[in-house]
Design a protein. Structure first.
Length: 222
């Protein structure tokens, strides 16, 4: 899906009612965004997405019931719903699990209203979003939560030079359109490269691809 023809339906899930109320108010001023629910737990979220159309979930990384579990439940109950994980400055505990569970965006909770709105629109149209400020922390947390298998993934050595170029730009937080403009190629070509990267690295998301490439020494972040 490249564009929504109706308002983007958003659910806010956060442990702090005041923060949730602030986000809800800010988004209420946006013409093409409709906050349909403000929830506090992973179980509430699972029940809601199973019964209602939700385009984007704004998910607190420290949500009661677990961020990774919430992402997994959303993926199972509503595959078309896309999750943006909102990360507190000192809260990295479940980010690796959220990556594996298919979260599509990662932003800091101290971002501006304009940045949040842009993130919602980016993820709603099918792109992924990785805030450069979070990338390093995601990599560190992922490495701490998993054990690297010996040697480099066979698929990693098969990545083409262009695929590595695409991966580096993904790591910088660029979406497909921005990558296409940077490399002077079409957006469809970028999508094909991303699909090939996923297949070769045996991953299911852009963030996992970045993690895998950094850990294998194929690209550097920072």
């Amino acid at each position: 899906m490249s564009e929504f023809t109706s308002d983007v339906r958003v659910v806010v899930v956060d442990r702090a009612p005041l923060f949730s109320a602030g986000v809800t108010f800010a988004l209420s001023l946006v013409a093409d965004v409709d906050v349909v629910a403000a929830l506090r737990t992973a179980s509430e979220l699972a029940d809601y997405v199973a019964s209602s159309r939700v385009d984007v979930v704004l998910l607190d990384s420290g949500v009661l019931g677990g961020c990774a579990a919430a992402c997994d439940r959303v993926s199972q109950a509503s595959p078309s719903s896309r999750v943006i994980v909102m990360v507190q400055e000192d809260d990295d505990t479940e980010l690796a699990g959220a990556v594996r569970a298919g979260a599509r965006g990662y932003v800091r909770k101290d971002l501006s209203a304009e940045e949040l709105i842009a993130a919602i629109r980016t993820v709603a149209t099918g792109s992924s979003l990785i805030s450069p400020l979070i990338t390093g922390r995601l990599l560190d947390e992922f490495a701490a939560a998993t054990r690297r298998s010996e040697g480099i993934n066979e698929g990693a050595s098969a990545l083409s030079r262009r695929e590595l170029d695409v991966l580096r730009l993904i790591a910088q937080g660029l979406n497909n359109k921005a990558i296409a403009q940077s490399l002077y190629i079409s957006e469809n070509t970028v999508k094909n490269h991303v699909r090939s990267i996923h297949e070769k690295l045996q991953v299911h998301s852009r963030m996992e691809a970045v993690v895998s490439a950094v850990r294998d020494g194929l690209i550097q972040v920072g």
